[in-house]
Design a protein around this ligand. Structure first.
Ligand SMILES: NC(=O)c1ccc[n+]([C@@H]2O[C@H](COP(=O)([O-])OP(=O)(O)OC[C@H]3O[C@@H](n4cnc5c(N)ncnc54)[C@H](OP(=O)(O)O)[C@@H]3O)[C@@H](O)[C@H]2O)c1
Length: 289
């Protein structure tokens, strides 16, 4: 099946499919197989995983099963909080590649700006220069973390993956990223499927007008902002609708109406609170062993 997708270029020229597929919370093997198998079948080639999701091995299996060449895929994974530092990051990268059964990663991100992320970045720069990672970046970084990283690095981050949806559009951080030629990637692009958001009357009106679903309107809003998105779904019909975004366009008036839904409400934790909890990190270390 030939699904239309757009590509966005990172600062180094590497092309990234604008619509990817996030695999967080797809932990049951059967559910994972159905969802990712279907995603590949209908044309997704960009997949977003992380060590902490515990499904890198399953993703590798599905990619191999497809018999589609490795080069056609765009695979992202992330360094977890317990693997910060130069040596630990190199080791974690090796383990991730082994689980995914790949020789290189298309994108590798620092999952959170936990302590020692500068040392982590040094390892990632080396792996990048060796050709083992095509795009290096960060996730959940705020302006001060990016500024600090840029002060101490040879290669600036090429992307920042952050919670973004109509209620939390990240306007200030978005402008900063654009100014510094860092791509903006949205996690929770659908506000984690929040019912109030998906049932919003204004969005429903716009969806009706375009004969699309509310989810497609939200995703199209991201696309028109130039943001890379990685919606997750376990349901084949939604997986399909989430990538059918290039046969309609929102007017500037509609974009404006969606911009007005900004309430400043996150659906997840603030990254700053999340990453500094030593108890959280300790539990995660036990959990992912
Ligand atoms: N870097 C980070 O810290 C971070 C954090 C969180 C997530 N992520 C990444 O971002 C990806 C996406 O984020 P997310 O999973 O948190 O949130 P999301 O993609 O915004 O929302 C997923 C939820 O929306 C529902 N959904 C999907 N498509 C739908 C549709 N067309 N209509 C109605 N409901 C729909 C899904 O339910 P069903 O499955 O039942 O369809 C699921 O409950 C993750 O999978 C992960 O790869 C990164």
């Amino acid at each position: 099946m030939n699904t239309i997708n757009q590509e966005i270029r990172a600062a180094n020229g590497v092309k990234i499919p604008q619509i990817g597929f996030g695999v967080y919370k797809l932990t049951k093997e059967e559910e994972f197989e159905t969802a990712v198998g279907e995603a590949i079948r209908i044309g997704y080639r960009h997949f977003d995983t992380a060590k902490i999701y515990g499904n890198e091995k399953n993703l590798g299996k599905e990619i191999q099963k497809s018999r589609i060449s490795r080069e056609e895929f765009f695979i992202t994974s992330k360094v977890w909080n317990t693997d910060h530092g130069y040596e630990a990051t190199k080791k974690a990268f090796g383990e991730t590649c082994k689980k995914l059964n790949v020789e290189y990663l298309d994108m590798y991100l620092i999952h959170f700006a936990s302590p020692h992320y500068i040392e982590t970045w040094r390892a990632m720069e080396e792996l990048y220069l060796e050709g083992k990672i095509k795009v290096i970046g960060v996730a959940n970084f705020e302006i001060q973390h990016i500024a600090e990283l840029m002060r101490h690095s040879k290669i600036p981050p090429m992307i920042n993956q952050i919670e973004t949806h109509p209620e939390f559009p990240q306007n200030e951080l978005h402008d900063y990223l654009v100014e510094h030629k860092i791509l903006h990637e949205a996690w929770a692009p659908l506000g984690q499927g929040n019912k109030a958001l998906l049932g919003n009357a204004e969005l429903k009106k716009i969806a009706y007008h375009h004969n699309k679903t509310v989810a497609q309107i939200i995703l199209r809003w991201h696309v028109q902002r130039g943001i890379i998105i990685i919606p997750k779904s376990s349901k084949p019909e939604r997986i399909k609708e989430n990538i059918q975004l290039f046969d309609f366009e929102l007017s500037s008036e509609e974009m404006g109406k969606i911009n007005q839904l900004n309430t400043g409400k996150r659906y997840s934790h603030s990254p700053t609170g999340y990453m500094i909890s030593p108890l959280y990190n300790k539990l995660m270390k036990i959990f992912i062993k």
